[in-house]
Design a binder for this molecule. Structure first.
Ligand code: SF4
Length: 737
């Protein structure tokens, strides 16, 4: 129960993966202030604007307080929890019986806590036999995860925040840390202030606030990251750490042969950079301890794994890994993207960085769960984008979504709307209603906010943190964990009835014993006491692990890290006469994901009141576009209407927008109306960062024409204007009677 009157306690920020610890003050169940925790490893008292204003977003008018069921008339009506669970379990069971396990899917989130991610995995993969159990981490970190496992033998970064203070060069690629991970970027700025010799290199087509602080900014052409990384490898090869390579790496011969096949001048030309810029970057890396920070700019590409491997190649080539102040450092965008992966919430994984395709791994997990051998399917499930394709085709019948808003955040939103229109049963579990996604639901389940539940998560530096319940959930909202537990019990899954959060955490952490992400020493009771511990932590007396691979022993079969040749394929789309500009996307400092939380904070909205399109003055001038004008950005998938921000911070030929604003808040203004879903073949992560588009000045005549034509021409059947419920054929859906 919430304490009456004034009370306070520690929590963890539910936004980005930096993992800042919060000191939350409340009066009864109402939050009144949020501050940083001074001795927290991640933030040392710091918070960014988003974190510091979190107290606005808990008890809001659009909080979902009760389960809601869509009625035949298309409206939502309140139902009780027992009725909601009966409907949920009845529909899932019926579809399972009629169409098999592969007709069911769960689409989760890096915002779900580890206990919940583990239970989803156990219920769907173990009990129901449905490996279609993925999360939105597929959209942000899948490429990094695959590359880590491929080159180093295990997912998870080897580095930690303390490395920043020891690095001589900080290399940031495909990440606007200053806006997306502000508190971590503060550590970089502190390093630059404290050591005049430390250097910051930023590789980004835009002169972002991160690039503004760089000693060297490389504004490469979008899509040319591999050319640049391979050029850097060629330049660094003469000083390669051959001793390290001989003792700790394999595959170097093939990699050298690959480098020999490359033409340095041609690679540099491909990047659009001057040769001196690339050589200057190589000089700032040569013989120096360097950390590489990267996220969506590297990952969200159909060659995302290759870009990640190219980064890892650089660290192996120079021996800058497994030593303080050096190594690759992927930045997670969500509070528990790491924990979800550790708990197996990806379609090809099982808890403890195990894989469904591995018979030994399946057996270990089945035994731990007490399920018969063969319960878990050997076939990896559908990944995020594949799920929505299968839903549209009717192969998938039921989709349960939790903690994410795919109707605003998936690529090619037109396809997503078609998929929802074709679905037989959609469950959405969220804190708020409406969102762009809850409007497509048959059943909406009210989830507790991060301060309304006890939960565990892992941040970007492998820090596992416990966050206690500080206030009572609003209305009848329940912790995500509790919703899964009750749903599992209603479906008849063994052990779900009596499970508690603590018992599930302890069951999970023991399943990680002996695995690379070993958390066996982080018992629920210990974590409550010490608040945070970094894995690997194999036993209860273990202090946790600040840095991995200090012994240069990698968890591969031969104990060596592995080089990989990484030829470039380039982006799927190419610019042409019809679509001559490249659209790239990203976050703004004031907002996070689809604004379900940040959109409720006045000061954040004041900073970033609406969607924009950054465009270079040359491109703007050629189209008669002035700063502040409304423009239409289009390609063959659709169009969006946004306000132009004419700026020299972006390269000519490139435009930038965001996916923060869904249709509920700014109709037809989401960059994902134009992005496409070409997938990396290994990580199945979509290519958000490169879409060919054209931009034209908007006109009253075009606006009028679009308003008239949109519901019929531009949107698939089933999609209505904003706020109206989905219309689907009830004849096909007997459960809705
Ligand atoms: S940097 Fe990230 S984790 Fe820290 S307060 Fe800001 S949004 Fe939250």
């Amino acid at each position: 129960m919430s304490a009456p009157g004034l009370h306070s306690g520690e929590s963890v920020c539910p936004y980005c993966g930096v993992g800042c610890r919060l000191w939350v003050e409340a009066e009864g169940s109402r939050l009144i202030r949020v501050k940083g925790v001074p001795d927290a490893a991640a933030n040392r008292g710091r918070l960014c604007h988003k974190g510091a204003t979190l107290w606005h977003v808990v008890d809001t008018p659009d909080r979902l307080r009760f389960p809601l069921q869509r009625t035949l008339g298309g409206k939502f009506r309140r139902i009780s929890w027992p009725k909601a669970l009966k409907l949920l379990s009845g529909r899932l069971r019926a579809l399972h019986e009629a169409h098999g396990a592969d007709a069911l899917a769960f689409y989760g989130s890096g915002q779900l806590d580890t206990e919940t991610a583990y239970l989803i995995c156990k219920l769907f993969k173990g009990y129901l036999g449905a490996n279609n159990t993925d999360s939105n981490s597929r959209l942000c970190m899948a490429s990094a995860a695959v590359a880590y496992a491929t080159a180093l033998g295990s997912d998870g970064p080897p580095t930690c925040y303390e490395d920043i203070a020891q690095a001589e060069t900080l290399l940031v690629l495909g990440s606007n840390m200053a806006e997306a991970h502000p508190v971590a970027f503060d550590l970089l700025r502190q390093r630059l202030r404290e050591d005049a010799g430390a250097r910051l290199i930023v590789i980004d087509p835009r002169r972002t606030p991160t690039a503004e602080r760089a000693h060297l900014h490389l504004p490469l052409k979008p899509g040319s990251d591999l050319a640049l990384l391979n050029a850097l490898a060629l330049l660094l090869r003469p000083g390669a750490d051959r001793g390290f390579i001989a003792r700790h790496a394999s595959g170097f011969e093939a990699y050298e042969a690959f480098l020999d096949s490359l033409d340095l001048e041609a690679l540099i030309k491909e990047t659009g950079l001057a040769a001196e810029q690339v050589r200057a970057a190589a000089e700032l890396l040569r013989g120096r301890r360097f950390l590489t920070f990267y996220c969506m700019g590297a990952n969200q590409s159909r060659e995302g794994v290759a870009k990640n491997l190219a980064i890892l190649n650089l660290h192996l080539l120079t021996g800058q890994i497994g030593t303080p102040g050096a190594g690759p450092f992927s930045l997670t965008g969500q509070p528990n993207a790491m924990g979800g992966r550790e708990a197996g919430l990806l379609a090809h994984q099982l808890p403890g960085y195990r894989f469904v395709a591995d018979a030994g791994h399946r057996g270990e997990v089945e035994d731990h769960w007490g399920y018969p051998r063969g319960s878990i399917s050997a076939r990896p499930g559908l990944t995020a984008v594949e799920m929505f394709r299968a839903l549209e085709r009717g192969r998938l019948k039921a989709l349960w979504i939790a903690g994410t808003n795919p109707a605003a955040s998936m690529p090619d939103l037109h396809q997503i709307k078609r998929a929802f229109a074709a679905a037989e049963f959609v469950v959405v579990q969220d804190c708020y209603h409406p969102t762009e996604t809850t409007l497509h639901a048959d059943l909406i389940l009210p989830a507790a906010q991060w301060v309304e539940k006890a939960w565990t998560g892992t941040n970007s530096e492998r820090m596992v943190s416990y966050s206690p319940r500080l206030v009572e959930p609003v209305g009848e909202a329940l912790p995500d964990f509790e919703i899964l537990r009750r749903a599992g019990a209603a479906l008849g899954a063994p052990g779900f009835d009596a499970a508690t959060r603590e018992s599930v955490w302890d069951e999970y952490r023991l399943l990680t014993a002996g695995r690379p992400c070993d958390q066996a020493g982080i018992s629920a009771e210990r974590l409550k006491r010490v608040r945070e511990l970094q894995w690997p932590c194999p036993h209860e007396a273990h202090p946790g692990t600040l840095r991995r691979y200090l012994d240069r022993n990698f968890p591969t079969p031969d104990g060596r890290a592995r080089f990989h040749p990484v030829p470039a394929r380039g982006p799927l789309e190419r610019t042409d006469a019809e679509c001559p500009l490249v659209l790239t996307t990203g976050r703004l400092a004031a907002h996070w994901h689809t604004r379900t939380r940040t959109g409720k904070v006045a000061s954040l909205n004041f900073k970033a009141p609406g969607p924009i399109l950054q465009i270079h003055p040359l491109d703007a001038q050629a189209r008669g576009i002035q700063d502040g004008a409304t423009v239409v950005v289009s390609n063959r998938r659709g169009f969006m209407r946004v306000v132009a921000e004419v700026t020299e911070t972006i390269l000519p030929g490139t435009v930038f927008s965001t996916f923060h604003w869904g249709d509920l808040h700014a109709p037809h203004s989401n960059a994902n109306l134009l992005t496409h879903a070409a997938l990396d073949p290994l990580s199945k992560q979509p290519e958000y960062k490169f879409a060919a588009v054209e931009v034209v000045l908007d006109t009253p005549a075009r606006m009028a024409e679009d308003d008239r034509a949109l519901p019929q021409a531009k949107f698939p059947a089933g999609w209505f204007a904003l706020g109206k419920p989905r219309e689907r054929s009830t004849a096909l859906k007997p459960s809705r009677a």
